[in-house]
Design a protein around this ligand. Structure first.
Ligand code: ZN
Length: 213
């Protein structure tokens, strides 16, 4: 069994959103194209309470992009984004949500951020994603979404840690690049632990061939 993990395809990460990723909306079509070729589709959603501690607004005198310590972890400060129940937290309307089997919410604990779809950033609590994949006998995951250098990277690294064969769809991702080169370094970090990197067309082509064999 394989599963497509769509990371945070929410309005706040799209152009015009609170934490816009350049060309973030371009990946929605890639997600839709991949869906018919996988056994299961899971979408993660960043889903923050209003006073989430990853928001610069919660730290007096601090601004977006600064790094603070939060319960012993480095935390980049972001604009308020993906607040539970707000339009910014919605999945992009062009996304074919009928093909999404499960939505996994993360970042719900005020005190700790969660870039990965599997764990919070301190690896203290898991989401239901790992259980869900295990129950469904998923062995292979295909990861794409926003943003390459944060939530996509953390999700892919954790997938490897869970023993899943992990592929990153590079044309299905866009990054923040807070520091120039962050995106390239993230891809290298993923490859270093065994994540395969390829574009959607090649993945579809290869998966089709495997199924026919
Ligand atoms: Zn967030």
């Amino acid at each position: 069994m394989n599963a497509l993990i769509l990371v945070d395809l929410q309005y706040d990460f799209m152009p015009g959103g609170a934490l816009a990723v350049t060309d973030g909306d371009q990946v929605v079509a890639v997600a839709n194209r991949l869906m018919p070729h996988v056994d299961m589709v899971v979408a993660t959603k960043d889903w923050h309470p209003t006073k989430h501690m990853s928001f610069a607004s919660q730290h007096e005198g601090r601004s977006v992009g600064e790094v603070v310590q939060l319960d012993g972890l480095d935390q980049v400060l972001w604009p308020d984004h993906c607040i539970q129940g707000t339009p910014g937290a919605d999945l992009h309307k062009a996304l074919n949500t009928q093909r999404i089997h499960h939505v996994v919410r993360k970042g719900t604990n005020t005190r700790i951020d969660s870039y990965s779809g599997f764990f919070d950033n301190g690896h203290r609590q898991t989401t239901e994603l790992a259980t869900l994949l295990r129950k469904s006998d998923v062995t292979d995951v295909v990861v794409m979404g926003l943003a390459t250098d944060y939530c996509v990277k953390s999700t892919a690294l954790d997938a490897v840690e869970f023993g899943l064969n992990t592929t990153l769809i590079n044309d299905g991702c866009r990054g923040v690049d807070l520091n120039p080169g962050d995106v390239d370094r993230s891809v290298a970090d993923m490859q270093a632990v065994g994540v395969r990197v390829m574009d959607a067309n090649r993945w579809i082509d290869e998966s089709g061939r495997t199924r026919r064999d």
